[in-house]
Design a protein around this ligand. Structure first.
Ligand code: PEP
Ligand code: MN
Length: 345
């Protein structure tokens, strides 16, 4: 990774390092961090001569060779001071960053979504979630609807809150980006869909769009999860939030095996914020508050919670795991208290 002396290299300087890299069959990728740009060397970067030639240029501060399977996501990388923002808020700066909303937007009853959104704004959340397109295990279950996109856009317009929606393919991604969604969510099922991750990274490179990357259900090691995030950053978008959401096999009685305890391991290895999803982790509304508090105690920077004004009338996961917006309000203040007293290594 190349760290310039100035915040950014000019085009002549970039072409100078590109020429050196080309001599070694490598190329250069600019990654726009919040405060400055860093430049990744793509290709076999373990060439000492190339490093020395680049490091010797007058406008280069240093060239780091990070021995890590995820050299950009690594805590020691030049992106270590990168901070992820959603809308105007820096994730995990002064208090937990709370994303909340129904699992699935019901296109036949837009008011459920809109009223939930207003109640959640009142509850003090930072962003709204809502499923427009849904990854459903059963092909006969409701799969989502393009019309729901206009409903969540209306909610953003009315509340002023940023929005998070999941995309599963290229077509959905393009529609979401045309609508300028603030957060693109990659679900647990696509957490290792490297083609999709690359495409998201490419199409959001250099933009303010953030990506909420869920942990794959079968992902055992933290490194596997971080490596998925590396795909996004390596294509040019460092605005990545890591989202543990429970793994399989489930703990008997829960929907998944709660994994908020992975947070210190992730934070020890990477600079990326961790936003835990307690709803899919435990899968039952009654257990969501305890899981949320545990996540904050473990050092999470935020939460992504399913909430609906009338869970029983919701579709998708809402009837079993959504909590009421007034519960979210109580939870926000309880989480803020835990945040103040949490122990960070
Ligand atoms: C969701 O957020 O509604 C969802 C389907 O999440 P996951 O991919 O974690 O199952
Ligand atoms: Mn859901």
């Amino acid at each position: 990774m190349i760290i310039p002396k100035a915040n950014k290299l000019d085009p002549n300087q970039i072409s100078e390092i590109e020429k050196i890299a080309a001599d070694f069959d490598c190329s250069i990728l600019e990654i726009q961090g919040r405060n400055r740009c860093v430049y990744a060397i793509l290709g076999d970067e373990g060439r000492e001569v190339m490093f020395k030639r680049i490091a010797g240029l007058s406008f280069i501060s240093k060239v780091d060779m990070i021995e890590s399977p995820y050299k950009l996501m690594d805590r020691r990388s030049g992106l270590s001071d990168h901070r992820v923002r959603v809308g105007k808020t820096e994730v995990g700066k002064d208090k937990p960053f709370i994303i909340a909303g129904p699992c699935t937007i019901d296109p036949a009853n837009p008011n459920f979504y809109l009223e939930s959104a207003h109640a959640l704004k009142e509850a003090g959340v930072d962003a709204l979630r809502g499923g427009v397109w849904k990854p459903r295990t059963n092909p006969y279950s409701f799969q989502g609807d393009n019309h729901s996109l206009s409903i969540i856009l209306q909610a953003r317009e009315e509340t002023g809150l940023p929005i998070d929606i999941e995309v599963m393919d290229s077509t959905q991604l393009k529609l979401a980006l045309e609508a300028k969604v603030d957060v693109v969510q990659v679900g647990t099922r696509n957490a290792q869909n490297y083609c999709l991750l690359k495409e998201i990274g490419q199409l959001t490179a250099g933009s303010d769009t953030a990506v909420l990357l869920k942990r794959g259900r079968h992902m055992a090691s933290p490194n596997e999860f971080i490596a998925s995030a590396e795909y996004l950053v390596a294509e040019g978008n460092p605005n990545v939030m890591l989202c543990p959401r429970g793994t399989t096999p489930p703990l008997d009685g829960y929907r998944n095996h709660p994994d908020e305890s992975i947070t210190p391991l992730l934070k020890n290895r990477t600079w990326a914020p961790v936003v835990v999803d307690p709803s899919h982790s435990v899968g039952h509304a009654d257990f969501v508050p305890a899981c949320s508090l545990a996540a904050i105690a473990y050092g999470a920077d935020g939460l992504c919670i399913e909430s609906h004004i009338e869970p029983a009338k919701g579709i998708g996961d809402d009837p079993k795991q959504a909590i009421l917006p007034e519960k979210v309000k109580d939870l926000v203040s309880a989480c803020n208290e835990v945040w103040k007293n949490r122990y960070l290594p």
